[in-house]
Design a binder for this molecule. Structure first.
Ligand code: NAD
Length: 431
């Protein structure tokens, strides 16, 4: 695994190389995705069915077979083992409770002239949630997308999830039941995104598409943006674990936190940053030890080889500057007093505070959303939330007397813009 130090002469270059990642800019990929979208727009259901047979080896011969009934979802939930049912319900309840705090309400205030101004908050009518399912299945992603939408008051939530060879993890269906998803289609990739964006004979067009997926999904979301809203373009998952070699640190815990990210994907990124050279070596040893017996060691090893790093910083302030430069999706602060660092962290998708808060808890059941900005986009964006499923309209009410001074101001500015009808429209209100 690569080791870097901020003292290296070419540290900047090495860091830039480590972070370089473009998800959706490969011309061949963009061409393939544009082609799929155009076909779905032109021929609807028949193309979605054919591509689902081709890419997912789904045995369905009609579109109707690609929709799951509400009974199938309820049965999947009812048939879960009791301990799994309890765990899923606990996760769902905690995600719901957290997201209920994000609901934004309509607000108005009265200005000094007696006019009222504000914003009306309205949930979206219909949204599509993409739940990845090509290589692995993600019941937690169902909860993380559907619950905020439902809490926002979205009228209809349509879920798409690919089912390779027609097989789906029952936990995904159970989660859809628990989160009260309205309709589920077993389709995936760019064809699912296109179907949701433009609608087909069977699949209704939605107003916004959220949720992570592979490069085909990410490229398709980017391509349909404008026709529909999207939450973000998700890249591969990342974690940055920060420690300062304190007595309470456990190298095996730190190593496993890094591996929990690396086992996701060969292009996932796990970075360890520490002020202690000794700790850096201990963590490296523990990673090797754990890799010897982890079931997904192959994937984790590739991920650490490709995109992982152990980075030595001089002191805490260098550590904080590096974190802000990387703007990680997940940041773990494995220190005695994480609150002391919080003010200095400006860019991170989720901040896991202290050594008893591994990312794994946040991934499933802490409550906050696990759909987070990746690839440095935490510089300008936020976790998926209820606010992604609400929109605002401005409210402007002028009283008869409050309108007059504003009409005079508008009249003057409209004439300077040579917009005479604007000027007269305003003037009628005060003359
Ligand atoms: P996926 O559902 O994203 O993609 C599967 C689909 O890709 C298939 O249905 C198919 O339509 C399409 N596809 C595959 N090969 C194709 C080809 N050659 N041409 C056209 N289309 C093709 O599932 P996945 O592949 O398992 O990827 C899931 C991704 O989501 C992973 O990168 C994972 O790390 C990520 N993920 C992120 C989060 C998060 O919260 N950030 C959560 C879960 C998963």
């Amino acid at each position: 695994m690569r080791q870097l130090s901020t003292q290296d002469a070419d540290f900047d270059n090495q860091l830039t190389q480590l972070l370089a990642f473009e998800t959706v800019n490969d011309a061949e990929l963009l061409h393939a995705v544009d082609d799929i979208i155009a076909q779905v727009r032109a021929d609807g259901d028949s193309v979605v069915l054919a591509l689902t047979q081709q890419f997912d080896q789904h045995p369905a011969t009609t579109m109707q077979e690609l929709e799951l009934s509400k009974e199938a979802l309820a049965d999947a939930f009812a048939n879960l083992d009791e301990n799994v049912k309890t765990a899923l319900t606990t996760a769902a309840t905690r995600v719901q409770t957290f997201h209920e705090r994000q609901v934004q309400e309509t607000w108005q205030y009265e200005d000094e002239l007696g006019n009222r101004l504000g914003q009306k908050v309205t949930p979206l009518d219909r949204v599509g949630i993409y739940v990845p399912g090509g290589l692995a299945s993600y019941p937690s992603s169902v909860l993380m997308n559907a619950i905020p939408a439902k809490v926002a008051g979205v009228t209809e939530v349509i879920m798409v999830v690919p089912a390779p060879k027609g097989v789906l993890n029952p936990l995904v269906l159970a989660a859809a039941h628990l989160a009260q998803v309205d309709r589920v289609f077993t389709i995936g990739g760019a064809q699912a995104v296109a179907a949701l964006a433009y609608g087909t004979e069977t699949i209704p067009a939605v107003d916004k598409i959220t949720g992570p997926g592979n490069k085909y999904v990410a490229a398709a979301k980017r391509a349909v943006f404008g026709q529909v809203g999207i939450d973000m373009i998700a890249g591969p998952s990342e974690v940055l674990v920060y420690a300062e070699g304190e007595a309470q640190d456990r190298a095996d815990w730190l190593a496993m936190d890094l591996l929990s990210q690396a086992e996701h994907d060969r292009i996932a990124q796990a970075i360890f940053v520490t002020t202690s050279e000794e700790q850096l070596k201990e963590v490296e040893l523990e990673i090797e030890r754990a890799l010897a017996e982890l079931p997904k060691a192959d994937i984790a090893r590739d991920s650490l080889q490709n995109r992982g790093a152990l980075i030595l910083v001089k002191d805490r302030s260098e550590g904080m500057a590096l974190i802000n430069r990387i703007a990680p999706e997940h940041l773990e602060l494995s220190v005695d007093n994480p609150d002391a660092l919080l003010d200095d962290i400006r860019h991170a998708g989720a901040i896991f505070m202290g050594r008893h808060t591994p990312e794994a808890i946040g991934d499933y059941c802490a409550g906050p959303n696990h759909v987070l900005p990746t690839s440095g986009t935490a510089r300008f964006s936020s976790p998926l939330g209820v606010y992604d499923f609400q929109k605002k309209s401005s409210i402007i009410y002028c009283s008869e007397s409050g309108s007059k001074p504003l009409a005079k101001t508008a009249d003057i500015l409209a004439r300077r813009e040579d917009l005479e009808a604007h000027a007269r429209s305003a003037r009628y209100r005060y003359q």
